[in-house]
Ligand binder design. Structure first.
Ligand SMILES: [Zn+2]
Length: 270
């Protein structure tokens, strides 16, 4: 019945989903991305495809269950009104995540990982804490946090529709990437770069994460081609190394969680 090499909720019958939680692994991964313009060379589903690609590889390794990706995501204010981008309101996205975790728990899952390949801590963090009040063990992971200063692979930090995301696309779904249309992008913060943490950068004292301030001009006014960073530097080999680095680290995290709280054991959140 299940033709994928990883445990996949959407392709399994309910009794097999319950057996998996009872006997194999009671940790479920919810891949989260967005429907967002990613420049002229990449599809609008980049973040979803990256999240699904990472989650399935982690699940092949750890036997965690992969929940269906809801495709739409939440966005910082400066993404709104950009053609091709369809943001969910913050309240909708928080409700979506909390409802999915509550529903998955009914089948016997006791641990949850939200795996985002898109910057949306503004909603995932709130969802995690709402769920914590209800006793659910939930972690919100953003892929670029597992690549802190991975400069041996990349020439720049992780931005948007850039070297990093396009490299992952060339590795995971090259049929949707057109490198002939890849051009360097723009985007400058309203405060000096030294006060702002780039995604994937190791923070220095006094730096703000990009969700901690309204220091970006709206993309539809700021960006000519929708790109921040330089996708022309992207290669399939870089994408493979990025994917493997993230998969290694998240798999190690899941290994630690499952060794502390074996199948059938709920971490004592409540
Ligand atoms: Zn993206």
């Amino acid at each position: 019945m299940n033709n994928t090499p990883h445990p996949s909720w959407a392709t399994l019958p309910a009794d097999e989903i319950r057996r998996h939680a009872r006997e194999e692994c009671d940790l479920a991964i919810l891949p989260l991305g967005s429907i967002e313009q990613h420049g002229p060379h990449s599809p609008a589903g980049v973040d979803d495809f990256n999240a699904i690609g990472l989650a399935t590889r982690v699940a092949e390794r750890t036997r965690a269950m992969v929940l269906p990706c809801p495709m739409y995501g939440s966005h910082p204010y400066h993404h709104w009104h950009m053609p091709g981008t369809i943001p969910l309101s913050y309240e909708t996205h928080i409700a979506l995540i909390t409802d999915i975790v509550r529903g998955a728990a009914v089948a016997g899952y006791n641990k949850f990982i939200l795996l985002s390949a898109h910057g949306q801590v503004s909603t995932t963090t709130v969802a995690v804490h709402k769920l914590g009040l209800e006793g659910y063990f939930t972690l919100s992971l953003h892929w670029y946090d597992f690549l802190r200063d991975d400069r041996h692979v990349l020439e720049d930090y992780m931005w948007h529709a850039d070297e990093a995301e396009t490299s992952m696309g060339l590795y995971l779904y090259p049929e949707y990437i057109d490198m002939g249309k890849a051009t360097k992008g723009g985007g400058q913060p309203l405060v000096d770069h030294r006060f702002v943490i780039a995604p994937g950068q190791v923070p220095q004292p006094g730096m703000m994460y990009h969700f901690e301030g309204t220091f970006a001009r709206p993309e539809y006014k700021e960006l000519e081609n929708g790109v921040i960073g330089d996708p022309t530097r992207a290669t399939r080999e870089k994408g493979e190394q990025l994917v493997m680095t993230v998969v290694d680290q998240i798999s190690a995290l899941i290994g630690d969680i499952m060794s502390r709280y074996p199948v059938g054991t709920k971490p004592p959140v409540a």
